[in-house]
Ligand binder design. Sequence first.
Ligand code: ADP
Ligand code: F6P
Length: 322
Amino acid sequence: MAKKIGVLTSGGDAPGMNSAVRAVTRAALSKNMEVLGIQRGYVGLLNREVVEMTARSVSGIIQRGGTCLYTARCPEFRNMDGVLKGKAVCEELGLEGIVVIGGDGSFRGAGDLSSVGIPCIGIPGTIDNDIQCTEYTIGYDTAMNTAMDMIDRLRDTAQSHDRCSVVEVMGRKAGYIAVNVAIAVGAEAVLTLERPYDLDAIAAKMIKTMRSKDGKHHFIIVVAEGVGQAENIARTLQEMTGIESRVTVLGHVQRGGSPTLRDRVIATEMGYHAVELLEQGIGNRIVGMKDGQVYDIDIQEGLAMKKPFLDRRYDIFYDTAY
Ligand code: ADP
Ligand code: F6P
């Protein structure tokens, strides 16, 4: 039964991380546990950068993007020396468990720390939704809504100029954001790593869509970051079609901003669930979502899973994008 726990955010930040930090803190305090906020992920753990968390220290953060605990990437934690140093710091601080809010890299660290006797619980926080064992990761909804709003604006100006707009959205290894956003903005094409694409076919569609008598005045192509080449794609299509094309890389704006209701609520439920596990002395688990319900799974088992792509949604997109 843990009486003193830590909470940290690690890897890329995501809107809703603050909501999760608040939930972990408030849930633990209500169970009479002490909570330390560990700043800058595993870097702060190794450097003992900790702050006492109180009910008031997490007031007013549920609606704020970013992470009040800051975040970092910590190469030292990738090897056992770093992990053992982390265990020693936990023992020194009296920490009997840690909630790690981050992505799969952060969960590997949490698994390693659990294996040396410090129970850790992972909560998925990344806008990419690319964690295998969960249907949902905190930040995904907010990021997609931000991208959708931005592309709605791009559509206005593309339409005024009869242009093609090639927009890169985040997702270094995954096209989940791209497919959903493409549907939501009524794009004409989406390019992801998970499915092959054919620029000749897209060029033909551009000509058919924009050059016919009752044609469209815009052509939006959503490109997942992992595909890259947005500049090349736009230049090639412009040369092939004669249709003026512009590129926008949305970048880190997608990682900031006030979390949506969905992100705040799911972060709160996941944070609460994580504390319930630590309260029972259970570690080495990832909290995730399965069939719409919050659940937990062994870290190694969770990391070994394979996540299906949005195949049906991708096909529905192309069947309705004309
Ligand atoms: P994310 O958690 O968002 O996937 P990273 O992959 O950058 O982000 O991982 C964040 C941190 O997790 C790393 O800086 C490191 O501290 C830890 N980490 C990453 N990979 C491993 C690993 N293979 N073993 C142990 N810890 C790791
Ligand atoms: O959080 C995941 C992600 O948004 C990826 O889609 C993107 O490639 C990456 O983070 C960029 O992160 P950073 O610029 O912090 O390295």
